[in-house]
Design a protein around this ligand. Structure first.
Ligand SMILES: CC(C)(COP(=O)(O)OP(=O)(O)OC[C@H]1O[C@@H](n2cnc3c(N)ncnc32)[C@H](O)[C@@H]1OP(=O)(O)O)[C@@H](O)C(=O)NCCC(=O)NCCS
Length: 181
């Protein structure tokens, strides 16, 4: 059910609403995912087309299995942004009852709606959902544009590391803007 975004802000209330996505929203979820990759530097059309097809199949099965929960922000019936939480399988660890980790991905706001708190509202929904479902943490990989949004909402950098084993031929980005989203 749609409800007013629950963003904590001292600014005036948001005009947009945030609701959970359904499988009917799949085309927009795929479009947001593609637009996110393009904004962070991926440019090869063929690779993006391929990624759309894979993501579409993956998202469909994950939504059906309740492993992917997505939110959509709408303003006067127009979709202006979205984001998803995926329950990522993880290894056993002390303090984790379930071997699943909520992971925030596919965050995207239409350029004309940026700076209005859309992404912040989606992050709040995702965090509240993760809390309500008794998960101890919400994780993500922050692309450059999202870092302020996440750190203002209390996310902290961690000590996760990676070793690059090959180049990334799909990108034309100038800097290390992202690795996984
Ligand atoms: C990153 C992205 C999702 C942020 O979306 P957004 O809806 O503009 O984000 P918000 O409006 O919640 O926050 C953006 C800024 O507006 C500010 N803001 C928050 N609520 C606001 C409000 N009610 N009114 C005005 N500004 C507000 C925030 O403080 C934030 O400022 P900061 O960047 O200095 O921290 C968007 O820029 C985007 O789609 N980028 C391309 C894809 C991408 O990089 N995705 C992230 C992958 S990790």
């Amino acid at each position: 059910m749609a409800r007013k975004a629950r963003t904590k802000s001292t600014r005036s209330p948001h005009s947009f609403k945030v609701r959970k996505a359904t499988l009917k929203d799949l085309p927009v979820l795929v479009a947001h995912r593609r637009a996110m990759w393009k904004s962070i530097g991926f440019r090869q059309k063929r690779k993006l087309d391929e990624a759309d097809r894979t993501y579409s199949k993956w998202a469909t099965s994950q939504i059906r299995n309740h492993a992917l929960t997505a939110w959509i922000a709408e303003d006067k019936g127009k979709i202006i942004g979205g984001g998803c939480v995926w329950l990522q399988p993880i290894q056993p660890m002390p303090g984790y009852d379930r071997m699943l980790q909520p992971y925030l991905l596919s965050m995207y706001t239409e350029p004309s709606s940026r700076g209005r708190g859309v992404a912040s509202a989606i992050v709040n929904e995702a965090a509240a959902w993760s809390r309500e479902n008794k998960f101890p943490q919400l994780r993500l990989h922050a692309a450059e544009m999202g870092r302020g949004v996440y750190s203002r909402r209390g996310f902290k950098r961690t000590w996760e590391m990676r070793l690059r084993l090959s180049g990334s031929p799909t990108r034309r980005s100038k800097s290390n803007k992202t690795g996984r989203n």
